[in-house]
Design a protein around this ligand. Structure first.
Ligand code: URA
Length: 240
């Protein structure tokens, strides 16, 4: 079996024990044990899958995959790198985990729920067109939505693809506000769907995806790790 050896201070930082300098200080203070023995050297190599690292009495487990929900703010692109704009990956750099990527894309001006992970398998399952994972959006519209437009969205509209969009669920939230649940993820899909019924999206926010609901306590730009329950919902294929 391949050994996963990393520097102890790096591992501690990644597991959010603090900044590198704080970790070094606490190592010197004897607050870290590896396999029962106090270790003070930051460059000690640990096998993160086998060695038992205890920090201030708490066992820190290595996790191969990590999952975060981000409340994406406007003006940030859903990419891992960009030449001109800040990216969603930049927003999560303090996690200490590298290799995080967004599961799917939200437009630069779209806000709300974005799942960030390093689990390619889960991302693939959630994004697979055949899985029809629910995505819930709240949209502010330019005009009031007519009954006819609602019916069209619910049965499928022509957005210039090979076939009509799959039936969507439409809930009227206000005069010009709707909640739209779709099971596809085509480029600019919501904006194109509304345009296809003669309307225009003024602002767009995603509130849920695959049974994962945006934590309303997260302000734009904030993120948190998913709970075990939330991960389990996504693993089940988005069925809550
Ligand atoms: N549909 C859009 O038009 N934009 C998004 O960002 C997401 C869905």
């Amino acid at each position: 079996m391949e050994e996963k050896k990393v520097r102890l201070d790096k591992f501690l930082c990644e597991r959010k024990a603090g900044t590198r300098s704080r970790v070094k200080k606490e190592l010197k203070q004897g607050l870290v044990k590896v396999n029962g023995e106090t270790v003070t050297e930051p460059d000690r190599k640990v096998d993160v899958e086998k060695d038992c690292v205890v920090y201030k009495g708490q066992t820190l487990r290595y996790r191969k995959y990590v999952y975060y929900m981000l409340n994406k703010p406007a003006g940030v692109v859903s990419a891992t790198r960009d030449n001109t704009c800040p990216t969603v990956t930049d927003l999560l750099k303090d996690t200490g985990f590298t290799g995080l990527f967004p599961v799917g894309r939200l437009d630069k001006d779209t806000v709300g729920l974005l799942l960030m992970t390093n689990d390619g398998g889960l991302a693939h399952r959630l994004l697979s067109p055949g899985k029809h994972v629910d995505k819930v959006y709240e949209a502010e519209l330019e005009d009031e939505l007519s009954e006819e437009a609602v019916k069209k969205l619910e049965s499928g509209v022509d957005i210039g693809e090979d076939r009509l969009t799959l039936p969507a669920k439409v809930e009227l939230l206000g005069e010009k506000r709707i909640r739209l649940t779709i099971t596809e993820g085509k480029f600019h899909q919501v904006k194109r769907m509304l345009r296809a019924v003669g309307n225009e999206v003024v602002s767009l926010r995603r509130s849920a995806m695959g049974g994962l609901v945006l934590d309303e306590s997260l302000r734009p730009g904030e993120y948190r790790e998913l709970s075990e329950e939330e991960i389990a919902v996504l693993q089940k294929g988005g069925m809550p």
